[in-house]
Write a protein that binds this ligand. Structure first.
Ligand code: ZN
Length: 370
């Protein structure tokens, strides 16, 4: 995995995605449905055979496949990491798919309103947002939330069983298997948060917000920056500068880079991270095609984040940081360690502030504790 700590400011987005994920669309644009091998023998099914499920996005479509197995036939409309998910514009054929579905599965919370708005009357629909009470204005990247995954999986089992009561046992069994895997992921996330109690991050776009929250990270991204990018706007220069200082001062352990929302601004930030050895963890909106399950994908991301934390620690020796936290509330107990280079000094003020790049002031540093 070479998805961490790389500076790739010069790469075009698609090229970067191809290198990172190696997905088929870059080369051969073929077999986008090739992994749905269990759907071939529909002829053996009774008249009301597999449930025709249409998901707006592949993150949830893949979950439907796991719970439904051979008793569902799932089509995901947004199916690659090479689209701008927030600005997706469906084609006529996409709308036709939605209309022909027996069950429509959407994310909700304004992420895919093109699909939510187009559900035919009488069609059963499942909205991940609804299962956890999220609505427009909330962070919509709900597939990264353990609560939303759990609630949506349960909801899918429920609607599938209602649609095909004869298969209820199978749906229940698959849900149980899924829950066992998800529990393993949850355990690993809990372990991570226990081992990294003061972990911090910044994000080019709040795609992984729920995941980082589940991992116990504090989000240090300047609020103004996050608000701007969340509403598809340009961040104010002052917010961007604040963010760059945060990274260049290594006040975040890692930078989450949304590869599907790349821009000059995000390239600037990943470039800054590269120069100061702040690891960059690339996260896409849609599930990359080299992944087969939602839980598996997120498990991979957790491993990447774990490695990024190790990389950050390993690079610390290269960036001896002058701790100016003695004024005010230096919340870290260990913050008073002596600077090896200052020798004779015994006062609390560390005099060696002569490092060229001047660490930014700590004003944004108080514990966000919310
Ligand atoms: Zn997003």
């Amino acid at each position: 995995m070479k998805r961490i700590g790389r500076t790739k400011k010069a790469m075009a987005l698609l090229g970067a995605l191809c290198m990172m994920f190696g997905f088929a669309a870059c080369g051969a644009g073929n077999d986008s449905q090739s992994h749905s091998s269990n759907q071939s023998d529909t002829s053996k099914q009774s008249a009301d055979g597999p449930i025709k499920v249409v998901a707006s996005i592949n993150q949830w479509g893949t979950l439907a496949k796991e719970i439904g197995g051979s008793d569902v036939n799932v089509t995901s409309i947004v199916n690659t990491v090479s689209v701008d998910a927030h600005d997706f514009e469906p084609q006529t054929a996409d709308m036709a798919k939605l209309q022909s579905a027996e069950i429509v599965l959407v994310n909700g919370a304004g992420y895919d309103s093109w699909a939510s708005k187009s559900i035919a009357k009488g069609t059963t629909s499942v909205s991940a947002a609804t299962t956890v009470g999220a609505s427009t204005g909330d962070n919509p990247h709900l597939w990264f939330s353990k609560e939303a995954r759990k609630a949506t999986a349960e909801e899918l089992e429920d609607v599938f069983a209602k649609a095909r009561p004869a298969k209820a046992k199978q749906f229940a069994a698959r849900l149980k298997t899924w829950q066992a895997n998800e529990t393993k992921l949850e355990t690993s996330m809990k372990e991570f948060s226990q081992q990294h109690k003061d972990a911090t991050y910044g994000a080019t776009e709040p795609v992984a917000y729920y995941l980082m929250d589940d991992l116990g990270f504090a989000d240090k991204t300047p609020k103004g920056y996050t608000q701007s990018v969340s509403s598809e706007g340009e961040p104010a220069p002052s917010d961007l500068q604040k963010f760059q200082h945060l990274i260049s001062g290594r006040d975040v352990n890692l930078l989450i880079n949304n590869t599907q929302e790349a821009s000059n601004t995000t390239n600037l930030l990943t470039g800054t991270a590269g120069r100061t050895e702040v690891p960059v963890v690339d996260v896409s909106e849609q599930m990359p095609q080299d992944q087969t399950t939602l839980t598996g994908w997120i498990t991979t991301l957790v491993k990447s984040i774990d490695k990024a934390m190790a990389d950050f620690k390993a690079s610390e020796a290269n960036h001896q940081k002058v701790d100016t936290g003695s004024d005010g509330n230096g919340s870290e107990q260990s913050g008073q360690s002596e600077q090896p280079g200052t020798s004779t000094n015994s006062s609390q003020q560390t005099p060696s502030t002569s490092d060229n790049s001047s660490v930014p002031s700590n004003e944004g540093q108080t514990d966000p504790g919310k």
